[in-house]
Design a protein around this ligand. Structure first.
Ligand SMILES: [Zn+2]
Length: 131
């Protein structure tokens, strides 16, 4: 495991993937529910890292870290947007795969070569239907 310096306290630690040391992570774990509670109890307070850190008596960087890790919704509307974007991306991928399917010979019924391909392949079936 690589040695990294914690982005919050600067301490060198053995990273299991994150950039935050375990002692900072446990501090954030304690801070997170408090911040959530505060945001829930004060829905009219605009999300502001400086205000939050003052209210929580926490380091601004700790609050920022929670935001960076996606624990706090700085902008709920933007989160909705990203969900929409993800859905649109899925729809587009589906469309692309449909297009690829249509481009495969079996689905290209409109072009003459594909028609003969289809006859060769499905000719027997057509005969059966006519009977
Ligand atoms: Zn740390």
């Amino acid at each position: 495991m690589p040695l990294l310096s914690c982005r919050l306290c600067g301490k060198i630690f053995t990273s299991a993937g994150g950039r935050t040391c375990s002692s900072c992570l446990s501090r954030l774990d304690e801070l997170y529910p408090k911040v959530r509670e505060y945001l829930r109890d004060n829905p009219k307070v605009g999300f502001n890292i400086e205000t939050l850190s003052q209210e929580m008596g926490a380091d601004v960087r700790d609050i920022q870290a929670l935001v960076d890790m996606g624990y706090l919704d700085r902008d709920p509307e933007r989160r909705v947007d990203s969900e929409t974007v993800a859905r649109q991306k899925l729809a587009k991928e589906f469309e692309e795969s449909l297009k690829q399917m249509k481009n495969s010979p079996a689905f290209r019924d409109a072009s003459p070569s594909a028609a003969s391909y289809g006859q060769q392949r499905y000719g027997d079936k057509d005969k059966d239907r006519k009977r």
